[in-house]
Design a protein around this ligand. Structure first.
Ligand SMILES: NC(=O)c1ccc[n+]([C@@H]2O[C@H](COP(=O)([O-])OP(=O)(O)OC[C@H]3O[C@@H](n4cnc5c(N)ncnc54)[C@H](OP(=O)(O)O)[C@@H]3O)[C@@H](O)[C@H]2O)c1
Length: 323
């Protein structure tokens, strides 16, 4: 089948490779229509994020498409169903195999294109805000990279579940667009430290941080007593000094979280909660994925360059098959 291959010079090429295997007992094979792009794919193409053991070497953490084959133990979907899926890899391809627990039906009235924008960012935002941080109604949330795909999803979830939100982002225009999605306030990260602005707003019970680096000491200064800082990325650096005194006195909790390496059962739990709590909000149009652009899969290099340029806001998609 055709799939994206990461070449030795770190470019992406859409070319024919090995035939895909048959699905195992609890697995399904999906004919991929659209694939969502993620920062992890960019790190993988640079050689900095190898797939977990046993996962496909092909990048791609989420797709939408049609079920083409099912294993003998599969009960949740049938051949022909239109689905979206959270993957451990392999999504930039004509076909992909995944565990049935990682697959959901499309929300009501969703197209395959829009559905490809859902699995990774909704699973990340839901997992880290509600399952890891245990976010309670009314608690105040700071979202770093608020205009990112994860950020724009998290803003809408916070708004829908009754949580005030403050964002940091890279331009005043992006902050305005975050406000339009439901953010209460924001700070342009190119204007220095966010500490005074967040504390003037009221501080944070929960911080979702994909940046790290020198955000760590600043986060500790805005995180309230019993606050939770969930680290989901290191776009700003991997090492900094943690003030253990502040951590102890304010009973701050720091949680590291990665989605990709979780088991099918763990991913399935997140998908089940999304289906119950969030799919109805998507189906009714109360919330929606923010999609910035799409490219034919043959132009994956151009799409990846655009993502790495940081100028966009929202999901980027690759069209794999004509729908
Ligand atoms: N742990 C997990 O399981 C998990 C899962 C999914 C995603 N993530 C992480 O979450 C982050 C967001 O992913 P995404 O797909 O939503 O990304 P995205 O849509 O591509 O947006 C990323 C945005 O981050 C901001 N940014 C880039 N470099 C930065 C830096 N050094 N400091 C501060 N902000 C920076 C830029 O926006 P501005 O210029 O506007 O600030 C950029 O547009 C990534 O780090 C990704 O690896 C983690």
């Amino acid at each position: 089948m055709y799939a994206i291959h990461i070449e030795d010079d770190h470019t992406l090429s859409w070319r024919k490779g090995a035939k895909i295997a048959e699905p195992g007992e609890f697995e399904v094979r999906i004919n991929v229509a659209w694939a969502g792009m993620n920062r992890a794919d960019s790190l993988q193409r640079q050689g900095n994020y190898p797939p977990p053991p046993g996962a496909s070497e092909t990048p791609g953490l989420e797709v939408s498409g049609t079920i083409a084959a099912i294993g003998s133990g599969v009960t949740r979907v049938k051949i022909g169903d239109r689905v979206c899926a959270l993957l451990t890899g392999g999504g930039y391809a004509e076909q992909v195999i995944t565990h049935e627990l990682q697959v959901l039906p499309l929300p009501e009235a969703f197209t395959l294109k829009d559905a490809a924008a859902l699995p990774e960012v909704f699973a990340t935002a839901w997992l880290n805000l509600f399952m890891e941080a245990g976010l309670q109604q009314g608690e105040r949330v700071v979202l770093h990279a608020g205009a990112s795909s994860v950020g724009t999803t998290a803003i809408q979830l916070c708004k829908a579940f009754g949580n005030p939100v403050f964002v940091t982002a890279g331009s005043d225009d992006k902050i305005e667009r975050c406000r339009a999605l439901g953010a209460d306030d924001g700070f342009n990260r190119h204007n220095g430290s966010f500490v005074d602005a967040v504390n003037a707003w009221g501080g944070a019970d929960v911080i979702l941080d994909p940046v790290g680096g020198d955000y760590l000491p600043q986060n500790q200064k805005v995180l309230k007593t019993d606050g939770r800082l969930v680290m989901i990325g290191v776009m700003g650096g991997m090492e900094e000094t943690l003030n253990l005194g502040t951590m102890l006195m304010k009973r701050q909790r720091i949680i590291g979280s990665a989605l990709r390496s979780r088991s099918p059962e763990q991913k399935g739990n997140i998908m089940r909660e999304l289906h119950e709590q969030v799919w109805p909000l998507l189906g009714s149009g109360k919330i929606a994925p923010v999609i910035d652009g799409s490219w034919p899969v043959e132009q994956a290099n151009e799409a990846m360059d655009y993502m790495e340029g940081n100028s966009g806001m929202g999901k980027l998609l690759l069209e794999i098959a004509d729908t």
